[in-house]
Design a protein around this ligand. Structure first.
Ligand code: NAD
Length: 472
């Protein structure tokens, strides 16, 4: 059955879109159209921004404890929808249901819970000489988000912006807009003042660009590709609006010669293939010391062969489809080019069998990848791992840093001091040593062309605050 939403959330209620154009939402596992949502326009963005602007003084002046209460109500309303959220993301994105439940539905709740706490205790004012230094909300925030973690990426912007006292206008990805509707059902139930949170669906060039260029949007918080981030920066630069950018990555997983190889390779492959490789922090380059290289390549091939492709709703499925036909084609082209550039196929590949229907790519491992080749330099965003030999720690650091990106990474070694030395030298926003767990309160963001600013925890809240000095 096809679901149709014809409304936006503006000024505290659901309102009918100003025109009848719609966007089809596809189930990537079956290629069927499962829903339609309105294709918004610059006029809809104007309405949303006006509502947010009108709400600014009231929300900025609301006591932190009351903002925390509102976020707490939102947490309760969202938690009640967990199962529906996981199923919706499995449907519109293709994440296997088990992973969708744990990450796509679970992570946003953890992040939101953290901001309930942080909203109630805003950064303290402090004194510098004769100045009182105060922090204030930056203003109206435009949030533009991608499809790969479609609720997490929204909550990672909306929760800290609201905690800081900023009203928000959200445009979710047109490929996965359905989960945003569930979020706004929860927002409606939680009861925010009118205009504090607004939703306009539509395409990037129509709605996204209108938000980024809007004179009344004080800050644009964007997650997506580096190419789009660049365009958004240009649009915001005209009026010197603040931007926060979470962009692409090509992260290195550095496996030193004294590492626990079985674990390092198994966890490394799992990380590279999470969400069918559609993860900005994915460790897509595995750098292995020559002494252990052949062993690592064969372990990686074995691990990849264990990933069963299929229906995201089947509990036996470990790898779902890619989000769209275009994405599937792009990923296949990367694989073909990687092999033409001298890579050695050890698992998967463009001709490996995949289900007849759906946008599937077989889990692929390519060894002997030239660190300067396209496969080692460009973000693939699919289940494709490049394995590269390195001579020693020095060489590993040089290859890891041979990237225009710098979002995440990993180091494996039996000697944690040695791992820490390598981690400190990696030009990237995060490094995990020996598979240490993700910390949702730690700063998240990129060096180089992976972005500007940080999300999550108190660092994420800081992005939405201005700093004022009052001299006395
Ligand atoms: P994208 O850049 O195509 O789209 C992201 C969002 O921007 C979508 O909502 C889209 O509609 C909008 N958009 C597109 N063109 C626009 C324009 N001209 N003006 C304004 N908005 C526009 O990216 P995507 O394909 O949705 O997502 C994949 C990319 O996101 C990957 O490169 C990935 O690395 C990156 N990503 C980064 C992070 C991070 O935190 N660093 C997280 C997830 C994804």
């Amino acid at each position: 059955m096809e679901l149709a939403r014809t409304d936006f959330y503006l000024d505290g209620r659901w309102v009918t879109a100003s025109d009848a154009d719609s966007i089809e939402v596809q189930n990537p596992a079956t290629e069927e159209v499962v829903a339609r949502v309105p294709a918004g326009s610059a006029t809809d963005v104007d309405r949303a921004v006006s509502a947010a602007r009108a709400a600014f003084d009231g929300w900025a002046g609301t006591a932190p404890a009351d903002r925390a209460q509102a976020l707490h109500r939102l947490h309760t309303a969202l938690a009640a929808r967990s199962d529906e959220i996981a199923r919706t993301v499995a449907l519109e994105l293709g994440t296997p249901l088990k992973v969708a439940t744990r990450i796509q539905a679970g992570l946003p709740l953890t992040v939101l819970r953290g901001y309930v706490d942080l909203a109630g205790r805003p950064p303290a004012e402090h004194i510098v000489g004769n100045s009182l230094v105060v922090r204030e909300p930056v203003g109206v925030v435009g949030a533009i988000t991608p499809w790969n973690y479609p609720l997490h990426q929204v909550v990672a912007k909306l929760a800290p912006a609201l905690a800081a006292g900023c009203p928000v206008v959200l445009k979710p990805s047109e490929l996965t807009p359905l989960v945003a509707y569930l979020l706004f059902d929860a927002i409606d139930e939680a009861g925010f003042p009118p205009g504090v949170v607004n939703l306009v669906t539509g395409t990037g060039p129509q709605v996204g660009a209108a938000i980024a260029a809007h004179p009344d949007v004080d800050m644009v918080s964007f997650t997506g590709s580096t190419a789009t981030g660049r365009q958004i920066s240009h649009l915001a630069a005209d009026r010197i609006a603040r931007v926060a950018l979470e962009l692409g990555g090509k992260s290195a997983n550095v496996i030193l010669d004294d590492a626990d190889l079985d674990t390092a390779v198994k966890v490394g492959v799992g990380n590279a293939f999470l969400n069918s490789g559609q993860t900005c922090t994915a460790w897509t380059r595995m750098l292995v010391h020559r002494a252990r290289y052949d062993e690592a390549v064969s372990l990686a091939a074995q691990a990849a062969a264990g990933y069963r492709l299929g229906d995201p709703f089947d509990p036996a499925t470990r790898l779902g489809p890619l989000v769209s036909g275009a994405q599937r084609d792009r990923v296949r082209e990367h694989v073909v080019r990687g092999l033409a550039d001298g890579g050695r196929l050890v698992a998967g590949g463009p001709d490996a069998p995949v289900p007849d229907r759906g946008f599937f790519v077989a889990p692929t491992v390519i060894a002997d990848v030239d660190p300067d080749s396209a496969l080692a330099q460009e973000e693939v965003f699919g289940p494709v791992l490049a394995v590269i030999p390195v001579d020693d720690d020095e060489h590993a650091v040089a290859v890891a840093n041979n990237s225009r990106y710098g979002l995440a990474g990993a180091v494996w070694s039996a000697d944690t001091d040695r791992a820490l030395t390598v981690a400190r030298r990696m030009r990237t926003g995060a490094v995990d040593i020996n598979g240490a767990p993700f910390n949702p309160l730690a700063p998240f963001g990129g060096y180089k062309q992976s972005g500007l600013g940080r999300e999550l925890g108190s660092y994420g809240l800081d992005e939405f605050l201005q700093t004022k000095a009052i001299q006395r």
